[in-house]
Structures are given as C-alpha cells and as structure tokens.
Design a binder for this molecule. Structure first.
Ligand code: FPP
Ligand code: MG
Length: 330
C-alpha cells in the first residue's frame, strides 16, 4: 500500500482491502479488457477518496467496516473511471509514469473500459443503501461531467474569471471529495448535522487539493509527478496561478503586460518556448504564491470544521492526512 499511510497501519490495512475489493470486482470483466483494467486499478495512486470514506466512517460508535470498505471501493472506482475518460479527453499517453488505457487500446475501447469501471462501481452501491442513494451519486457524477464539458468547451480561453475556475474545480474534484466524506459519515450513522459538516470538510479539502495540484503544474518536479510542468498551459487550461498572475498584470501599463500579450498572440496551442516563458512569468508575478495562500484558506476552513467533530481520534487522523497532503510535491 502507498507509503503515504505508513504511520496509519489500520487505515493502510483497510485500504488494502479496498484494493482487493476493486480487483475482485474488475476480475469478472471480459478477458479482452481484464488485464488492462487490472493494471489500471493497481497502478498505485494515493487512494485519497477511499481514505476519506474510511476515516469518516469511523466517526460513529459502531461502524460497519465491511460496508465502509465497499463504499470506499465505490468512490475509488468512480475516480478511476473518470481518469480513464480524462486521459482520452487529454490524449494522455502516460499517467503516473505508466501508459494510459487510451495509449494502449485507443479511444473507442478506452471509453468502454471507463464505462465498464463506472458500471462496476454502481454494482457495489447496492439497492438499499441509505448512505449513498442514487440521487447523491448522480449529483456528483453529473457535476464531474459538467465541469469537464465546460473545461473542454473553453479550451484555449485564458480569460475566464476566478469564479468560473472555482466552479470547474468544485465539480471535477471537490464534489467527489465531499461525497467521500459524506458517504463515510453516513456509514457511521452520525447526525444529519455532522454529515453536512463532513460534506463541507471534503469539499474544502478537494478545493485545496485541486489548487495545489494546479500549482504543481507550475512548480512541481517532473520526476515525481510523471508529467512535465506547463501541461495545463499547453492544453489551453487556465488555472488559478495563471488567473492571479493575469490579474496582477491588470495593474500595470498595457505595454508591460508580458503574460497577457504572450497569451493573446497565440493561435492554436502554445509553443514549447511560449509555455516555458508563460510559466516563468506566472511565477514572477506571484501567481503561485497567491494561489498557495488561497489553497491555505480552504485548508484552514476544513481544519476548523474538523475541530468540531466529536470523535477526537478521527479528527486527528483527518488533520494529519491533510497536513501530509499540503506538503506533497507530486
Ligand atoms: C483529472 O483532473 C480529472 C478529473 C478529476 C475528472 C475527470 C472527469 C470526467 C472525465 C468526467 C467523466 C466521469 C466519469 C465518472 C466517467 P485533471 O485533468 O486536472 O488532472 P490530470 O493532470 O491528472 O489529467
Ligand atoms: Mg486532465
């Protein structure tokens, strides 16, 4: 299991069970796609969503660990399905340094492989599941798809507002984090109020996580991330560091707005040299530093809510998970 959880043996053990549940679920797939799916589901991400489900499911006095592991598996399978589709949209050749399903079998089969994972995820939800009724799941999935659609439709448009950016990342990342915490707390059968607090914690964590992820696209290490910096710019996707840098330029005389000028000149994707130039301008204009302080304020919001949880052990575990996430560089 991922070294990220090395100081949490119980959580690590349950995450191993989540992985085993997912492998078992995928093993029943057709021979044609089985090997590909198995390598995708075993490719070793941080399993953050299932970790959030498992932690929040420990909030109650008598939590059902078997159900918690099933619900955690649903969240990870949904996430894995969305990555298969995302790699098709991005024409990504590798993810975490290994060839994507898209690169291995092409878009047609990769779409179906992603659909298959989603179908298997829904099979684990169960027909009578108070904690994850179909409305809650359909809401989160709908938001995932809407924000990807919106991002794709706006590809190459670097002039979006911060509100648009926040809406996109809320849909593509925070919604699943929020669902993870909410569904976990529902397994624990805590009060409605505490379930809503968990939803908020997941949401703020997801926002902070995605902003940090977007920062890493400007300053991350290629070796650790398995992808080059400037990928978002190259793909025409504006993120918070860029938007804040462009905002800073608005206070300057027009002829000094190097970043604005660089991005407005383009027709089609930016060249490698333009991407490198834009990345260094964003850093010089404090875009990264300012984005980092916004990520920090989401983090503070989550930590404040975590402090209100009655179960101290879980509150400490969530805080520690969050602290570790905040120092990641890939
Ligand atoms: C990765 O983020 C992508 C997502 C978090 C969401 C992708 C969602 C869809 C494609 C909608 C379809 C959903 C399902 C459930 C089938 P990113 O693009 O910022 O990160 P990356 O650099 O890892 O690609
Ligand atoms: Mg992507």
């Amino acid at each position: 299991m991922h070294e990220f959880y090395e100081d949490e043996p119980e959580l690590q053990q349950e995450l191993t069970s989540v992985r085993a549940t997912i492998v078992k679920t995928v093993e029943s797939s057709h021979g044609f796609i089985r090997a590909l799916l198995l390598s995708h589901v075993q490719s070793g991400g941080k399993m953050l969503r299932p970790a959030l489900v498992l932690l929040c499911s420990s909030l109650g006095e008598n939590s059902d660990r078997k159900r918690a592991i099933e619900v955690a598996s649903v969240l990870e399978l949904i996430h894995l399905a969305s990555l298969v589709h995302d790699d098709i949209i991005d024409s990504a050749k590798t993810r975490r340094g290994v060839p994507t399903i898209f690169a291995q079998v092409g878009a047609k089969q990769a779409v179906l492989a992603g659909d298959y994972l989603l179908a298997r995820a829904l099979s684990l939800v169960g027909s009578d599941s108070g904690e994850m009724d179909s409305r809650v799941i359909s809401n989160a999935l709908g938001r995932l798809c809407e924000s990807e659609l919106e991002q794709d439709a706006g590809q190459g448009d670097f002039s979006i507002s911060k509100a648009t950016y926040y809406r996109r990342i809320a849909g593509k990342t925070a919604s699943l984090f929020a669902l993870s915490c909410y569904a976990g707390s529902a397994v624990a059968k805590v009060t409605e109020v505490e379930k809503m607090v968990c939803h908020r914690i997941g949401y703020a964590m997801g926002m902070s996580f995605q902003i940090q992820d977007d920062i890493l696209d400007y300053v991350g290490s290629e070796e650790k991330l398995g992808k080059r910096t400037g990928k978002d710019l190259k793909e025409g996707v504006p993120t918070l560091p860029l938007l804040l840098a462009l905002e800073a330029e608005k206070a300057m005389p027009e002829h000094d707005r190097k970043l604005t000028i660089l991005l407005s000149k383009k027709s089609g994707p930016l060249s490698k040299a333009a991407v490198a130039k834009a990345v260094s301008l964003v850093v010089a204009l404090d875009g990264v530093q300012k984005a980092d302080s916004i990520a920090q304020s989401y983090k503070d919001r989550a930590l404040k809510d975590i402090q209100t949880l009655r179960d101290r052990k879980t509150a400490i575990q969530l805080t520690q998970l969050f602290e570790k996430l905040a120092v990641r560089s890939g």
